[in-house]
Design a protein around this ligand. Sequence first.
Ligand code: ZN
Length: 442
Amino acid sequence: MIIDSVKSLDFERNQTEDVGQSMYQLMERLYPICRSITGNGFRETLNIIKSYIPLEVQEVPTGTEVYDWTVPKEWNIKDAYIKNERGEKVVDFKNSNLHVVSYSVPVNQKMSLEALKEHLYTLPDSPDWIPYRTTYYKESWGFCLTHKQYLELPDGEYEVVIDSSLESGHLTYGEYFIAGETTEEVLISCHSCHPSLGNDNLSGISVGVFLAQYLNKLPNRYSYRFLFIPGTIGSVTWLCHNEAKVTNIKHGLVLTCVGDGGKFTYKKSRQGEAEIDKIAEYVLANSGKEYEIIDFFPYGYDERQYCSPGFNLAVGCFMRSPHGSFPEYHTSADNLDFVQPEYVADSYHQCLSILHILENNKTYLNQNPKCEPRLGKRGLYRAVGGQAEEAINELAILWVLNLADGEHSLLDMAQRSKMSIDVINKAAIALLKHDLLKEKTA
Ligand code: ZN
């Protein structure tokens, strides 16, 4: 994504429908898999992602100490159900993997309805939806069901089976690194540990995969590191095992909840005024879409770890509707109807715009700072009757020359001049070609 890639970005914009459909197809493939923070569902997910991008898969053994945490036992599940006295399955894992509390220990016993109820979770206010529950760090078990199902359970004895295993194994994550011109990195992180849930987290995975595919085709200024990790324990593990590399990370985005029809939401990094924060705000403000910028707070997704005080990375969180703000969140209603191709495509394009500006957001030095250079003799003034859309904007030229004092980035120039960053960028490219501008290097 070097300076003259504006056209390729425009080209991508025209492919919105196709890219949206392709991202949706990936979500459809991933949706049925029973993922958790460890286990074969996570591996299967990474294998599918591998058919899109050359992911490196890492396995970290159970019991590995990572800062104040320990990599947990690996969880796998084959089947689970609750049978009534007539031998009918009244709750069946095969119908929805949300029916079992994630990380449930194995169970095979008969019990009364009263005893069973201690282990049942429902949503009385949304009686048709199955809640999503986990018990990662406490050995327990449970079933989630619709409140309607729950109310229909008669008194009696039930056979309860959870054919799961919770044993020493590994925590698995996927990493894809794209080397750029510099060792400075942009981190794109997606938690990938939720089972059949669309917006949280399949939409983020899908946008991440397609951004990686796109960036892989370009000569980038920055290096890019994509992480597909289990939430919290994954980022804690990655940071702990890669502490030496962390200083290379200059910018980053956590992607999640990017497939619903809600407005865009950007949660700033802990730094608050980082370059990525300013660019995300600029892109959304110029998107013509509804959006909200929120300040960092220490709750949410893996930005909590990247923005912990010992790292304090410039990593924000890009979302549409934030977690907890939509009723479908962490329920069976966050399904493939709730996420739509047009919304993931739109999120993808906003992210591309952010990365595009980041790639180009350089600071320049005017090589003729004492009075204005004569632009006419260099052909930098439009010829009469020239094609307006091809022309370099003269006012933009003057702004760039005036603000190329080593203190203003392209974004600063765009904001100060109230001109679009593409127009400012074109002016800067023209001035570079005429040696009137030089990139300021650190
Ligand atoms: Zn979640």
